[in-house]
Design a protein. Structure first.
Length: 241
């Protein structure tokens, strides 16, 4: 089976925010989508229904990305052209006050989740000669750090290292592995951020839209991006915190 015969993409955390916008953007460009969620089935169903109205197939998958057994069970036998590792969490706190569970939860979800999701899926891509696409969401915080986000920055920086190493391993198979580092994007994750103050630090003087991240995912998923791998691309309006 070649890459042109498979148009299915898994987008983790696609019930809302960047994940949902990415799922819809890819569907508009001809991909079938597996919509992943961990808790909100209603929102995941909304995303799937919107994908179907675009004339593409959509399947809903529920699993906790930090739970290795759940990932293995849910993804067993799945074959994808593309995988978008979008799901993640933040538990912000200044380091002296950061509790162990705030560290563990973020690392287990954001970084170990990278392994848990990809491990059942990479070998089937190789075995079926799928010249596919793997795209992981990092963050501007991984590149420059951010106060109150030692845990989050560490997890997202770890993803960058994992992406670069996996890209080297899979390049000869024609599978690209890239990383996107969003800045301040209008989603639920920034609802408590003092935007008026943050915008002063952004050279473009505005926050970004989820569609501006989704469009980059769509490009990296395309045949035109087949020679781009191991890269970290920022979508941040020029912001380096």
């Amino acid at each position: 089976m070649g890459e042109n015969n498979l148009k299915r993409v898994l987008v983790t955390g696609s019930s809302r925010g960047i994940g949902k916008e990415t799922a819809l953007y890819l569907a508009k460009n001809g991909f079938d989508i597996d919509v992943h969620y961990a808790g909100n089935e209603a929102k995941a169903k909304e995303t799937a229904d919107e994908i179907k109205t675009l004339g593409r197939n959509a399947e809903i998958l529920k699993f906790d990305i930090k739970n290795r057994e759940e990932c293995a069970s849910a993804l067993d036998g799945k074959l994808y052209y593309g995988i978008v590792l979008n799901a993640g969490i933040a538990r912000d706190n200044v380091f002296p006050a950061m509790e162990g569970d705030e560290w563990d939860e973020v690392i287990s979800t954001n970084l170990t989740g990278f392994y848990n999701v990809l491990k059942p899926l990479v070998m089937p891509m190789i075995s079926n000669r799928i010249k596919g696409r793997i795209i992981a969401m990092s963050s501007v915080a991984a590149l420059s750090g951010n106060r109150g986000q030692v845990n989050y920055s560490a997890s997202k920086a770890g993803i960058i290292g994992a992406v670069k190493s996996l890209a080297l391993e899979l390049a000869k198979r024609g599978i690209t592995v890239n990383c996107i580092a969003p800045g301040v994007i209008n989603t639920d994750m920034i609802k408590d951020v003092p935007l008026d103050e943050v915008k002063k630090l952004i050279p473009m003087k505005r926050s970004g839209e989820a569609k501006e991240v989704a469009s980059l995912v769509n490009y990296l998923m395309s045949e035109d991006a087949s020679y781009i791998t191991g890269q970290v691309i920022s979508v941040n309006g020029g912001l380096y915190l």
